[in-house]
Design a protein around this ligand. Structure first.
Ligand code: ZN
Length: 134
């Protein structure tokens, strides 16, 4: 699916493996999921910008982050145009997968059960992002 799309940033599997560690590769490039409550940004609330671990593209601002208690970093929105939304019917569920619009890196899924004003919960793997503090 997304691997057949033309993302602006394209790398071979070898290039991605050289750039990412095993866990990051499994999540970003193979649509894996980290264990809940284990990611480094789950309880992280500093001010700044969260960027794609694969390509450094800014994806979320710290103001978008909220404590959802779901075990993964949660945002109520993303920066405009930063993500693409893909229908995901795996695991007998209909979900909306979110991927980086620049490199296609898997971020997680977006759900309509957010507790903030947007009503949305962007449920993201810590391994898919890195933080740039202000
Ligand atoms: Zn990216």
């Amino acid at each position: 699916m997304s691997s057949s799309k033309n993302f602006p940033i394209k790398k071979s599997e070898t290039e991605w493996r050289n750039k990412l560690n095993d866990e990051e590769f499994r999540i970003l490039r193979q649509k894996g999921t980290e264990y809940p409550f284990t990611g480094k940004y789950n309880d992280h609330f500093d001010k700044g910008v969260y960027k794609c671990k694969g390509c450094d593209s800014p994806l979320y601002r710290s103001e978008y982050k909220f404590d959802s208690s779901c075990g993964w970093p949660s945002y109520d929105q993303a920066l405009p145009g930063a993500l693409l939304f893909i229908k995901d019917t795996s695991h007998d569920m209909i979900r909306t997968e979110i991927v980086c619009a620049k490199c296609g890196g898997h971020q997680g899924h977006v759900f309509n059960d957010g507790t903030t004003t947007t009503g949305q919960r962007y449920c993201v793997n810590s391994a898919s992002i890195h933080f740039d503090g202000e």
